[in-house]
Design a protein around this ligand. Sequence first.
Ligand code: SF4
Length: 370
Amino acid sequence: MAYDESHVTRTYSPFSIVKRFIGIPPAFLLDDHTPRYQLLSSVEASKKRSLAYAHLRECNLCPRKCGVNRYETTGMCLIGASTAKVNVIAPHRGEEPCIQGFHGSGSVFFSGCNLRCVFCQNHDIAHQRNGMDLTPEELAEWYLKLQTVGNVHNINLVTPEHVVPQVVLSILAARDMGLRVPIIYNTSAFDSLDSLKLLDGLVDIYLPDFKVWRDSTSKRLLKADNYTATAMESIQEMHRQVGDLSFTSDGIAKQGVLLRHLVMPGKEDEGREIMRWLADNVSKDLFVHIMEQYHPDAHVGKKKRPSRKGSVGLTGAGETEGSEQGEQVRYAEINRAVRDEEVTSVRDAAVQAGLWRFCEVHEQNSAFHL
Ligand code: SF4
């Protein structure tokens, strides 16, 4: 299916406000939308509550499969059972136009993560356990504040993979308090089928990243052995639950999958493989955001640590030698911005594979783009 944009018009006011006519393909236009959590029966809701508590007592909820009782100790994510650690809660205008809309997306940034991406663009939040400890009921109260005071279009749960039970309990509490905006699960796709099953019926929009293709890359850069196979399985399950991204006539996304891929320097071949796989194995109508804003961050480009013998360059496992201006740095092969031609090659491969619904980055600050 091809989408003709020729009817899109722009008019410019004296104050340079851009107005646009928004055309939504009829197959993805909703008359109205009721959040899925509002449709759950009370029996289904209590089953989910019990399952959430059971998972906390023996946590195998993410692919790390620690098997710990989180009431007594913590697993690799370092987060216990009774609370989730939250770094920032605020209306956010840095998301895709159809997610942030006019008033912003009600974002809840969870601290901690079950991945250890060496280039993490949010490492101050994801790699450090800073923030407030909130119970599910306190989280629910924040969702209500975002809805009533912030007038946000949705609740956007960012990096929630390691606190799924707390998130489930919070959504169920918020529905009883009067929440009525869609829930977004904003994930690295390093989720298990068990946790996605727990979320089924509670999440309206899945916002997964598909980060890398090769196992050697995920091992080196994400510190995870089985990322790609896990992401494939997870994204197929997310799409099974909510389908392709759909909008109400105001241009705001209400249900479906919005897939992100951050193009990495020198790894555009992996991006191309990901696009082909998505088109052939998820949906050619998948809404895809090919992102070009990669910049070296976290551990990338930092000076190599001295070895025990005091020489630079004999570093920890998984790092290779590299240099920048004569100085050896960590992860030198991704210590640069991504090039235009790398982004273009991923985009071209996506189009050739049959994908056609893209979020255009250059539209980010103007208005909606469907
Ligand atoms: S959520 Fe945390 S404790 Fe549970 S399996 Fe994953 S890393 Fe381990």
